[in-house]
Write a protein of this length. Structure first.
Length: 280
């Protein structure tokens, strides 16, 4: 069996509804990697809120954060295929001033190892699990470096209008992605950034062809990587559009170990088919 790259989204896909990796999921992913396949986390989350999940899996493969804007191996900073795509500093400064005209509750400037926030009172959420206080982002604050992503938190009903405002103001210099769930937000990244960028880079580093890439997701920000993969899979709990473009849909949701059960079935059936062919 040819080696596969398995690109997995986190929230709504690999993690259950409590944002936890179940023991079954950990064991299944580790078993598949032991067969010589490659597991890569490809998430919209920043590194600081996905680091603990990456470490739980005990893998040393590349990690893709910020919907494709950052691709790296945490324990190998000299990895030659690493990259990060930052927003233009002028856009970041202007957006910090423009924040008061947006109907958002909170704005976060995200870097790889640090973040700025318009408030020190952060929501209780898996997106803010550590106790590291953010740098307070005020109207005249100039970040030390350009952010990789800017996140704006608001109710889902306000997202369309804010997205329209941002795209009108900054044009084709940015991409704006929507996040649902318990803490809905908009994520702003540099134009052209999307998850398939990271998947392609990781596949290249392992010399894996596009046809041998599997990708799992549930939300709009997973669209490009599911379309790009040779075998794109939507979760049972995925939004209707993602199900419509996927090659397959898991029978079970993320809260029912849907990813693990699908992979177990896929690889057991594939190995069984290969064994049968060898016997005939």
């Amino acid at each position: 069996m040819k080696k596969k790259l398995i690109a997995i989204d986190l929230d709504g896909t690999t993690l259950n509804d409590q944002s936890i990796l179940t023991n079954k999921t950990i064991k299944t992913l580790q078993n598949i990697e032991s067969l010589g396949h490659h597991i890569a986390i490809v998430t919209g989350r920043p590194y600081r809120t996905s680091k603990h999940i990456y470490e739980q899996l005990h893998i040393s493969n590349p990690l893709v954060n910020f919907n494709g804007a950052l691709c790296h191996i945490p324990e190998n900073p000299s990895w030659l295929n690493a990259y990060q795509v930052q927003l233009d500093m002028n856009i970041a400064i202007d957006m910090s001033k423009y924040f008061s005209r947006l109907d958002a509750n909170l704005m976060i400037f995200e870097g790889k190892d640090h973040y700025y926030s318009t408030s020190e009172n952060l929501p209780i959420s898996p997106f803010f699990p550590d106790k590291t206080a953010p740098i307070l982002l005020e109207q005249n604050t100039v970040p030390h470096t350009s952010p990789i992503a800017i996140t704006l938190f608001s109710g889902i009903e306000k997202q369309s209008q804010m997205k329209e405002q941002l795209q009108k103001r900054y044009g084709n210099t940015i991409e704006v992605r929507t996040w649902g769930g318990s803490l809905p937000c908009l994520e702003v990244v540099s134009t052209g950034v999307q998850k398939a960028m990271g998947v392609e880079q990781v596949a290249k580093s392992f010399n894996i062809q596009q046809e041998d890439i599997m990708a799992f997701g549930d939300e709009e920000n997973d669209r490009e990587m599911i379309e790009y993969a040779g075998h794109g899979v939507a979760m049972q709990n995925a939004i209707p559009y993602i199900k419509s473009i996927a090659d397959d849909v898991t029978p079970f949701t993320n809260d029912q170990d849907g990813l693990a059960l699908y992979l177990e079935d896929y690889f057991q059936n594939t190995l069984k088919t290969l064994d049968e062919k060898e016997l005939t």
